[in-house]
Design a binder for this molecule. Structure first.
Ligand code: T46
Length: 138
């Protein structure tokens, strides 16, 4: 997996005079079974989230309100993308180090995840992640 495999997915959006409704169904719009949902909110100005990689977890991040940046790193290259559109989500594949920063005031990051929470799936140390990524060991 590389950062080339991490891309935005456009979600179906139903807009009418009452506002917008955006849908994300597992294995239809999102390329995995959705096993867990969580969200980041109330992030203070200047604070960062993430700062880890996952061995197997796949996630779709959606800025349902406000905006923030995601810095993705596959051990070989880095890219920064901005999430600000509630109608599209950023797919993050396994073995990608991610850092989330530049949260706007009131930003909410909704996360759809392919697995239940499991601390053993995390690389929380960058050097260990880098060694595994370079050796292609999940
Ligand atoms: C990711 C980014 C975008 C749980 O108990 N269950 C959960 O499902 C999650 C995600 C976290 N936690 C606990 C574990 C920690 O005690 O919540 C606490 C904060 O978690 P963490 O420091 O990992 O939060 P972030 O925002 O740095 O990272 C999270 C996800 O862990 C991570 O997978 O990609 O959001």
């Amino acid at each position: 997996m590389s950062i080339a495999d991490c891309d935005f997915i456009q979600l179906p959006r139903f807009a009418d005079v009452r506002g917008d409704l955006v849908v994300a169904e597992g294995n239809i719009h999102v390329p995995f079974d959705i096993k867990r949902v969580y969200y980041l909110c109330g992030v203070p100005q200047g604070a960062a989230r993430g700062g880890h990689g996952h061995k197997e977890l796949r996630q779709l991040l959606i800025a349902v309100s406000g905006s923030f940046d995601a810095v993705l790193d596959d051990g070989f290259e880095r890219k920064r993308v901005t999430l600000s559109d509630p109608g599209r989500g950023l797919l993050i594949c396994p073995m990608i180090w991610r850092e989330l920063e530049n949260f706007s005031s009131g930003a909410v990051c909704l996360v759809l995840a392919s697995m239940a929470y499991d601390e053993r799936d995390y690389y929380r140390d960058y050097d260990s992640f880098l060694t595994a990524a370079k050796e292609n060991i999940p």
